[in-house]
Design a protein around this ligand. Structure first.
Ligand code: APR
Ligand code: PHB
Length: 389
């Protein structure tokens, strides 16, 4: 016998989990299907910056308790170039808005716990998830669980299954316009058991390439260096990573980077990607399933959360009054923000990285832009208001 729910959600990342929680609070029933095991989803190390709006939403959903206890509020960031640091006082420039440092996997843990505590359905380790019938009025999700084939009948499907998911590819050829931009570099990221050497994030433009000093807690630092996206992590023993970090973060006044045991490391390629429209019939895409941004603006999670906030509002309106105007306008409403954020993330990336084959002219332009952004209040405000969201 088929299972029945109102909204069938594919993927238990931030997008799927926040959507399910918002729907639950509006009295709308959903089932989440997730390919991976709970432990895997919760331990995956990802970015760690929450915009004010994202933190406020988690708060309003009653999910901010641990974030308030363990998260760290930051009111500025540093841009470092020509071996000098320049602070962007974000809160001062944006009427007091700020960002929260709280790991994405912590957000995911809190969401999964809330979902299960509310007795709501979330199936881990399912396979062969396939969306059907979404071009008509009887959408279904077929899948396998524990070797058995099952099916969910629903009113709409939410494709929250990330960049490599099955929902976007299920939309017929030609219905989507794809915008894809791959960068000729990636980020090598580490998590190190050492107190952060900085009070706020440092974004560095250096001749040897970009570097970022971020953090997770008073004992855990998160650092990145620009690298070849096809490089093999085996070629980066810990000593080489630290050597590169020291070289890129060095300042003329002798700022010191503290080392500690590296507990996690990996290389991620960078791309900008948009599939539009973000809907087809009764299938709605949200988060990484519809768009990817390079991590330089720390926007991936925040954009995913913004999508599902709009989707939850649209579905609530539809269920309450039969009015489908917000649902019809879902994609357009999301894409306005998506493209603003795409531009910001591309701009930050272009300003801070050594561009493949860049000649001295381009490097000088980057420095001119950095000088401007750190001295003109107008330019600084542009960066700040985009960064805090
Ligand atoms: N069936 C079921 N689940 C799937 C399938 C599938 N075929 N394919 C992918 N998934 C699951 C993944 O295992 C993952 O848990 O969908 C989830 C998608 O989650 P995310 O990739 O985290 O994407 P999203 O929720 O949109 O969040 C975006 O995550 O990738 C980061 O930096 C990105 O911060 C951004 C945020
Ligand atoms: C992180 O802490 O992982 C992080 C912070 C800022 C970014 C990207 C990643 O721009």
């Amino acid at each position: 016998m088929a299972l029945r729910t109102q909204v069938g959600i594919v993927g238990a990342g931030p997008a799927g989990l926040v959507l399910a929680q918002l729907l639950h609070q509006a009295g709308i029933d959903s089932i989440i299907l997730e390919a991976r095991a709970r432990e895997y989803v919760q331990e995956r190390v990802r970015a760690g910056v929450l915009e004010q709006g994202t933190a406020d939403l988690l708060d309003s959903m009653g999910l901010g308790e641990r974030m308030h206890r363990e998260g760290i509020v930051h009111h500025g960031i540093y841009l470092r170039f020509r071996r000098q640091s320049h602070r962007i006082p974000m809160s001062e420039l944006t009427d007091g808005r700020s960002i929260w440092i709280y790991g994405q996997q912590e957000v995911v843990k809190d969401l999964i716990e809330a979902r299960l505590a509310a007795g709501q359905q979330l199936y881990f380790e399912v396979s062969d998830v396939t969306p059907h019938g979404f071009d008509g009025d009887s959408p279904r999700l077929s899948f396998s669980r524990g070797g058995e084939s099952e099916e969910i009948e629903c009113d709409v499907i939410a494709g929250c299954d990330g960049f490599h998911g099955v929902c976007r590819p299920a939309i017929p050829d030609g219905a989507l316009t794809i915008y894809n931009h791959e960068y000729p570099f990636g980020w090598l990221g580490i998590l190190a058991r050492v107190a952060p050497s900085t009070d706020e994030l440092i974004y560095t433009n250096h001749e040897r390439g970009f570097a970022l000093h971020s953090l997770r807690s008073p004992e855990l630092s998160r650092l990145y260096v620009q690298c070849d996206p096809h490089d093999d992590i085996a070629r980066w023993p810990d000593e080489r990573i630290w050597e590169e970090m020291h070289a890129r973060f060095a300042t003329e006044d002798g700022w010191k980077l503290d080392e500690g045991p590296i507990v996690e490391k990996g290389i991620t390629p960078m791309r900008s990607f948009v599939a539009q429209p973000m809907q087809y019939g009764r299938l709605y895409l949200a988060g990484d399933a519809a768009h990817i941004v390079p991590p330089t603006g720390a926007k991936g999670l925040n954009l995913a959360v913004h999508d599902v906030k709009l989707l939850a509002e649209a579905l609530t309106r539809w269920y309450e009054s039969g009015d489908d105007s917000l649902l019809r306008g879902y994609s357009d409403a999301c894409l306005r923000r998506v493209w603003r954020v795409q531009h910001f993330s591309w701009w930050m990336t272009s300003m801070l990285h050594r561009l493949g084959g860049a000649d001295d002219f381009e490097n000088q332009l980057q420095l001119a832009q950095l000088d401007y952004v750190t001295t003109s209040r107008a330019a600084m405000t542009t960066l700040a208001e985009n960064y805090v969201g």
